[in-house]
Design a protein around this ligand. Sequence first.
Ligand code: FAD
Ligand code: SF4
Length: 492
Amino acid sequence: MPCVYKVNKDNEKVVMPELDPETRSHNFCEVALGYNEEQAQQEARRCIQCPKKPCMSGCPVGVPIPQFIEQVALGNFAQAYELVHRANTLPAVCGRACPQETQCEGKCTRGRKGQPVGIGRLERFVADWATAHPDQVMCQDAQDPQAEAATQSSDASLTESEDLDGYRVAVVGSGPASLTCAGELAQRGCDVSVFEALHETGGVLTYGIPEFRLPKTLVAQEIHKLEDVGVEFKTDVVVGKLYDIDELMDECGFDAVFVGTGAGLPSYLGIEGEGANGVMVANELLTRVNLMKAYQFPRFDTPVYAGKHCVVVGGGNVAMDAARTARRLGAEVTLVYRRGLEQMPARAEEIHHAVQEGIQLQLLTNPVCILVDDDGWIDGVECVSMQLSEPDESGRQSVVEVPDSNFVIDADMMVIAVGSKTNPLIAKTTPGLEVTSRNLMVVDEETCATSKPGVYAGGDAVSGAATVILAMGAGKRAAAGIADYLKMKQAS
Ligand code: FAD
Ligand code: SF4
């Protein structure tokens, strides 16, 4: 595809406006403010429409990246949105939360000299533009052959002629894997019901990722779009308690089931004092603030406490979210991580924002004991210093304690964010469902079929805690797998 616009040769991305760190560390408003039309066009023109388009191979849901960027560069924002949305059910979410630096942007040709094209920022721009201009998007929907052709060539899974009318599919959980699977199956004509254990839908997008990174109104909007295409949501239904999978199929009459129950069971450190008052897991803090709406105080008077000096343990996105949330609740925050900055699994952008907001990083440090006062409250965290060994043959460095390096960090609150596991409920209540020793569901990689006929699974319930876009990719593959299964049923 020849480049039909004048390329912007700047080596750096167009800067995304942000709230200043001092102001935002006292409120829950979204930190990154997004591009305006002019900034988006300028950034889009950094794409050189290179012949091999390696960015495409970095997108698990097959967004036609160069094509949508070209439309942004030309100012055709409605067309750009159509191209993105046909491949990605949740573009406003992915534009904000995806680790683009290791996905599409990690492969972008422009990244070889300077910064890659800001693909995520442009995806966010087109999703937000579409929300602000619903009338223009609706008009484009029916009449954009260019968008249709581009998307069809990039995404063979959207075969709209499939007639799966009348087939009923139950989707368990309502995180990104389930939302994607539900949307894809509804487009194919299936009658889709989503069963969610909590009283709100969205999975981690709703209860985990904070408002200042992913506004909840955006998640709700994306879910309403699914309701508009006929997906039915049933909340407060714990599958494995109210119904099990066999009952969904045999008694409730579903032809197939998708399980996207995530990995929401928190891990603990297993050290002395973990049961003290003032010690909680990140899931609890984030759920109180997001799902129970403590971030909207005083409108919602949800009990939540982050202390005066809060120690957060962990180095991933969850730890960053917990630390930045505790900061906004008024605490001085120290983040303790057992490895170094380079090994931190959190996105670089999140670490940067956390430091800007005053979070202290205490690296190469591991908690060994929680000190507890006479009233049963946390009274400090005893830690040891750690050091990294020389890299082994695979390049991995192990981390070992420095002898006699114990010291105490003052703390009246501690939040543990050291990973999460899958809940064993579905595995225990579904005969014939093969799971690993960690209760991860075993599936066929291509179709997401489990060992039980008609039951499919994807997202964190299969991979363990991972990312939004990988969960969505699995939801999309599962939808194609379920469609093939239903067609086989139809033919037999
Ligand atoms: P989930 O989003 O976990 O959804 C599972 C849903 O199933 C939940 O709503 C749960 O209540 C429901 N459920 C569970 N059991 C049952 C049952 N028995 N019956 C009915 N419903 C059930 N990823 C990124 O890409 N970028 C980020 O910036 C990022 N930040 C994160 C921040 C936090 C705090 C957390 C916790 C995770 C973050 N992740 C991030 C990871 C990402 O959110 C997950 O990988 C993704 O949400 C997994 O999607 P899923 O659909 O598999 O499961
Ligand atoms: Fe454009 Fe980068 Fe994709 Fe090439 S790899 S088409 S420069 S976004």
